[in-house]
Ligand binder design. Sequence first.
Ligand code: VAH
Length: 318
Amino acid sequence: MKKIIITGALGQIGTELVVKCRQLYGTENVLATDINEPEADSEVAQGPFQVLDVTDKDKMFKTVEEFGADTIMHMAALLSAVAEKRPMFAWELNMGGLMNALEAAREYNLQFFTPSSIGAFGSSTPKVNTPQVTIQRPSTMYGVNKVAGELLCQYYFEKFGVDTRSVRFPGLISYVKEPGGGTTDYAVEIYFEAVRKGEYKSFIDKGTYMDMMFMDDAIDAIIKLMEADGGKLIHRNAYNLSGMSIEPEMVKNAIQEYYPDFKLSYDVDPDRQSIADTWPDNIDVSCARAEWGFDPQYDLDKMTKTMLEAIENKEGVK
Ligand code: VAH
């Protein structure tokens, strides 16, 4: 049976990854860790939890050894917008934490997962149907971290035989944990604001296409990749993933199917808009489909229906 340690367990992905892994592999076999303590009544707190600063290598090694982990899912990182405001700290956390997690995987023979992002692409990357293997010259600290991370993961696979696996996530849409510090966060906020206020002011401009995916598809993809036959993985660090390519007006139209009076306006944030402008419009996911059966189930309409119903339940409206 797998024994999994998850870092960044209180983050947007980590929160739901912990729950899914505990359902699949048993609560006691999944150790959630984060730099912060969970709320006592949170789902993450209903199983093994430890505070862990991923930049503390000794503590990470001790935690892995005492838990008897055979797998590490390293999710702790600063997202793009926050990283651009604190680039030096972002380097320390994103790269220092990743190196410690890779070293722990090498030292304790762990299977290893960490996410990359469409943020690993830059303005010189082909924006339409972005290939799996292409130019990667991002102009953000987050993007530099992600490209360096992909290369480090591949190095640990080739040099030390560590079973590293990674994906380039698009913007992830979830109703469980609202994200913090991302460029794609508008696509989450818009649903919460539609239910709460019937209107939303987007910080990303109309016509700005970005790849997105509903969180259930993201979590399922991590599990599917980690359980795939390693011998069939050619592009293991890191697979292009996407569920849809959308821009704010498309989300507005989808929401208006349920909230006809919903109003969308714009107050563009030049910092996050300038990041979004360097990312692809849509990326090619054929390698993930071919090598391990990536198969997202949510399109914009199904995601919109699911998000609005779940938020209405959470907020106690309707
Ligand atoms: C961000 N949500 O906006 C993250 C993600 C592709 C975007 O990496 O930084």
